[in-house]
Design a protein around this ligand. Structure first.
Ligand SMILES: C=C(OP(=O)(O)O)C(=O)O
Ligand SMILES: [Mg+2]
Length: 531
């Protein structure tokens, strides 16, 4: 066991320790060559590999409960499907394809048929891909990729995790999350915070650490080996700060304290700790796994459920921000060399306005159903023309208040013109930092640049604050910068009128603002701008 303490970037608070479970690397597509020397013998390996995978899944299913058990039993049955095994064997014996590749191709054929069938069957595509990867891994004698089923509370260690994997984690079983890559504003980090799982990202060398157990400090950003025999320690997830629930400075200057949400659980958590509304509802988080576009009725019901805890309160619903690190299967663009600079966010809507119009219709319906005071905003707007295009469409859908996010430097520089057409703006500091510093928010190696205290970023936010004051319209921050209690005061000093954050940050940020006057905030802002 190495006696090393490793450092990374703390992204989700809390301290926890326990046994390590590693997330296996994703498998490369198996090659079609060389052809097997003895096709009959190679084909004969497939059925036992499939049976072994099915057996393990059945064992997990027997230990699980409810929906998880049903899903595992169904997946086990897929692994043993004679159609799948038979087609893979045929590819080996008739076409001379090596067994791992044959399983890969046979499963993909099934996946395509399921996708074409649509509806419930299309939702099984991921399951068949999971089965495919497990059988291929079995044939290759390696660990299957993805997050393993956890039978007891564990610390997960991964190179990186997809947002869909993180969203599916069970906070009762995942004590903490450590990744070797990833940045503080990556969506995996955001989801870990929302789930209340302590997390440290960009921990160089953690994959080489041979420790059986780890202590993870999500406040200090450190990871160190623990005694594997020591009892498991789960983080205390209660927010401690005192706050009276009214977003304001000590001298009564109002700054709304709002929640960032992506699910019903997030919305309930934000309402419980006293969020005054929602400043960012990431609608795409509802559909990270969806194989096809949800209908208007489905979207309306999903959004209404998230809005329900905020009846009578302001809620900002962001239209789908698909692309880059949040791919949605039904809005996949043509392959691009630089997805973060490509067709993502509102840019997808320019090509496919009907998808946006259906979403706006669903949002208007959900507003009526829930009684929340709903506004909409568009992600990744770059110019005032784009802002005008969006607000016209939103109003045509019957949504009275329409704003845009400021997350591209060009939009911060054009904030005055944008506020001539939009009712409000909200600064997405995660992307604004990424694009200002040309530093990928998912990359641990450049995490230092994606630091919202950087004066260059704060100067852009100051421009937005000035434009909002001049226009007499609201400007908020809904990026992760708003969740830092000290930075929250700086943002208020720069003219931001609302701050939106994960549930765990609401009380500490509310308390930090209440402890300073507006003049204090402005002084802190001046110091930070000049740092
Ligand atoms: C809030 C933001 O949007 P997201 O993190 O979802 O990209 C942001 O970019 O700061
Ligand atoms: Mg963004």
């Amino acid at each position: 066991m190495l006696e090393t303490r490793l450092s990374g970037v703390a992204v989700s608070p809390g301290r926890a320790s326990g046994p390590v479970v590693r997330v296996a690397e994703s498998l490369a597509e198996p090659p079609r060559t060389p052809a097997p020397a003895d096709p009959a013998a190679d084909a004969a390996r497939i059925a036992p590999a499939a049976a072994a995978v099915a057996g393990r899944l059945e064992k997990l299913a027997a230990a699980a409960q409810g929906e998880a058990a049903d899903i595992l039993f169904t997946t086990a049955a897929m692994a043993n499907d004679p159609g799948l095994v038979g087609e893979a064997e045929r590819l080996v014996t008739v076409e001379g394809v090596p067994a791992p590749r044959a399983v890969y191709e046979a499963a993909d054929g099934f996946a395509r048929s399921l996708a074409a069938a649509g509806g419930y069957l299309a939702e099984r595509v991921r399951d068949i891909q999971d089965v495919r990867d497990r059988i291929v891994a079995e044939l290759l004698g390696v660990e299957p990729p993805g997050v393993p089923e956890l039978s007891s509370p564990s610390v997960l260690v991964a190179r990186d995790l997809a947002p869909a994997d993180t969203a599916g984690l069970d906070p009762a079983q995942v004590l903490a999350l450590v990744t070797e890559q990833g940045g503080p504003t990556s969506h995996t980090a955001i989801l870990a915070r929302a789930l209340g799982i302590p997390a440290v990202v960009a921990v160089r060398g953690v994959l080489d650490l041979a420790a059986e157990a780890l202590v993870v400090d999500g406040d200090a950003g450190t990871v160190e080996p623990a005694d594997p025999r020591a009892p498991v320690v789960a983080a205390d997830r209660r927010a401690a700060a005192e706050w009276n629930g009214v977003g304001a400075t000590a001298d009564g200057h109002g700054v709304k304290i709002l929640g960032n949400v992506g699910s019903v659980a997030d919305a309930r958590a934000a309402a419980e700790v006293g969020a005054e509304g929602v400043g960012l509802f990431r609608t795409e988080f509802c559909y990270l796994d969806a194989p096809s576009e949800p209908s208007v009725a489905e979207q309306r019901a999903a959004y209404a459920a998230v809005l329900a805890p905020f009846a009578g309160k302001p809620v900002v619903v962001r239209t789908l921000d698909a692309g880059a690190d949040k791919p949605l299967a039904f809005l996949a663009p043509e392959p691009e060399p630089n997805p973060a600079l490509g067709v993502r966010g509102v840019r997808i809507a320019f090509d496919r306005p009907e998808v946006l119009d259906r979403q706006l219709e669903a949002i208007a319906g959900a507003a009526a159903d829930s009684g929340a005071e709903v506004s909409v905003m568009a992600p990744m707007v770059a110019t005032a023309e784009e802002a005008a295009w969006f607000t016209v469409r939103a109003r045509a859908a019957g949504i009275a208040r329409a704003g845009v996010m400021i997350e591209v430097p060009a939009a911060a520089l054009a904030a005055r013109e944008i506020l001539e057409v939009a009712d409000f703006v909200s600064v997405g500091t995660n992307d604004l930092a990424q694009y200002t510093f040309a530093a990928d928010r998912q990359l641990g190696a450049v995490a230092g640049l994606n630091d919202p205290w950087q004066p260059a970023l704060l100067r852009l936010i100051a421009l937005v604050g000035d434009a909002a004051r001049a226009a007499g319209k609201p400007a908020g921050v809904c990026g992760e910068a708003a969740a830092d209690p000290r930075l929250a005061r700086v943002l208020a000093g720069l003219g931001m009128t609302s701050l939106s954050m994960n549930a765990a940050a609401i009380r500490p940020v509310g308390a930090a603002l209440a402890a300073a006057t507006l003049a204090d905030c402005e002084t802190e802002a001046r110091l930070a701008l000049a740092a």
